[in-house]
Design a protein around this ligand. Structure first.
Ligand SMILES: C[S@@+](CC[C@H](N)C(=O)[O-])C[C@H]1O[C@@H](n2cnc3c(N)ncnc32)[C@H](O)[C@@H]1O
Length: 366
């Protein structure tokens, strides 16, 4: 057990060490610029959890400093000695050839890079004007030092360590900052994150789908389960899904062939919609949709009520939860140990149950 826990911790630490490609940053950020060309104008951007010497976040924002009209760019890195995964570290030539280089601090201190003026009199502010020094501490985003930089910044942008994702989001939200960050798509169901999603304080970014990251050894790794999270507005959030009426879906959509009506859950008074194209445009009741809905969510069109699989909410707050009769529950449990009362399920006329994947419960905006 202890051995497994150690292996798990090492895997998590190693899993934090992957780096975002320039093209992915560019694609996502451009969508916000397209929606609001002044989104970054006069703003201070902080890029924490970065490695400024070669991070594509630093490169991208430094290169676009003037185009975006930034006031200041700050980027910080985390000391190698504080990382759980330390293999393969070499200080860069940029650092060792700099007059600031300190052989003691290089492994134990984080670094800060700042760009806010034309240091080399080239007539423009760009990546060559970045100034750097060691931080007092190791660059942990939770440190006083980096927290003060957070407070100074208007917008926080990064791909943070996934193992500290919940803490990172709370750290941003408690300071009421704007942000654009990468996370695991499953994090939307975390109890620290989901209430923000439900209340439209956090939403999913624009470019979905699988992304390729660069690992420490330079190899590429494709991950299908990451997405951008943000509270910066973008155009996709204002494009309603194009949907057909319930009657037309039942008549024309092949996925409902042979069905007279939409499936209803045994334990929630709601219809089940397993794919987004099946969402009826004219249904006023509660609809259960897959989590992928968030990638198409337009808050002017639907409201998010809550998510399934949450027993506390189902039993204490849900107006449309139908507690399963004790005898039926015992029968189901006898054949399915994984069954839980809060998981949406169907029950056929012979008493056979079928569990449904995690759903978001949504309702059409009136
Ligand atoms: C997923 S990587 C992304 C790096 C970079 N932002 C990028 O996308 O290219 C996250 C980085 O955060 C660092 N990190 C881990 N724990 C940290 C902490 N407590 N504070 C700051 N950075 C941390 C990791 O070592 C890792 O380099």
């Amino acid at each position: 057990m202890a051995k497994n826990a150690n292996l798990g911790a090492a895997k998590n630490a190693k899993n934090d060490e992957f780096y975002t490609q320039y093209a992915d940053i560019q694609k996502e950020v451009n969508a916000y610029i397209e929606y609001n060309p002044d989104v970054f104008r006069g703003k201070t951007i902080l890029l924490p959890c970065d490695d400024p010497e070669w991070s594509n976040f630093t490169k991208f924002f430094a290169q676009n400093f003037e185009f975006f009209g930034l006031k200041k760019l700050i980027s910080t890195s985390y000391a190698i000695e504080s990382k759980k995964f330390k293999e393969g570290y070499m200080p860069s030539l940029f650092e060792t050839e700099s007059p600031h280089y300190d052989i003691d601090k290089t492994r134990t201190h984080g670094k800060i890079f700042v760009l806010d003026h034309d240091t080399n009199a080239s007539g423009r502010i760009d990546i060559d004007d970045l100034e750097w020094k060691y931080l007092e501490g190791d660059g942990d985003f939770r440190s006083k030092e980096v927290t003060a930089l957070r407070d100074e910044a208007d917008i926080i942008i990064t791909n943070p360590p996934f193992s500290l994702f919940r803490e990172f989001v709370v750290w941003i939200m408690e300071a009421n900052k704007q942000f654009l960050i990468i996370g695991n798509s499953n994090s939307i169901t975390y109890k620290e994150i989901f209430p923000f999603i439900k209340n439209n304080n956090i939403w999913v970014g624009v470019s979905g789908g699988s992304k390729t990251y660069i690992k420490l050894n330079g190899e590429k790794q494709t991950m299908g389960n990451t997405c951008w999270f943000t509270n910066l507005d973008h155009g996709r959030r204002h494009e309603p899904l194009k949907l057909m009426s319930m009657a037309d879906n039942l008549r024309f959509n092949k996925k409902l062939k042979g069905q007279q009506e939409y499936m209803r859950y045994a334990n929630y008074d709601a219809i089940d919609v397993p794919t987004l194209d099946l969402i009826p445009s004219d249904y006023d009741g509660v609809i259960g949709v897959p989590l992928s809905f968030l990638g198409k969510y337009c808050p002017d069109q639907f409201e998010i009520i809550w998510r399934s699989h949450d027993i506390e909410w189902a039993e204490n707050h849900c107006q449309f939860y139908k507690k399963t009769d004790k005898t039926i529950a015992a029968k189901i449990r006898a054949i399915d140990k994984t069954w839980r009362a809060q998981i949406p399920y169907f029950l056929d006329e012979n008493g056979n149950h079928q569990n449904v994947f995690q759903r978001l419960f949504i309702r059409k905006k009136q």
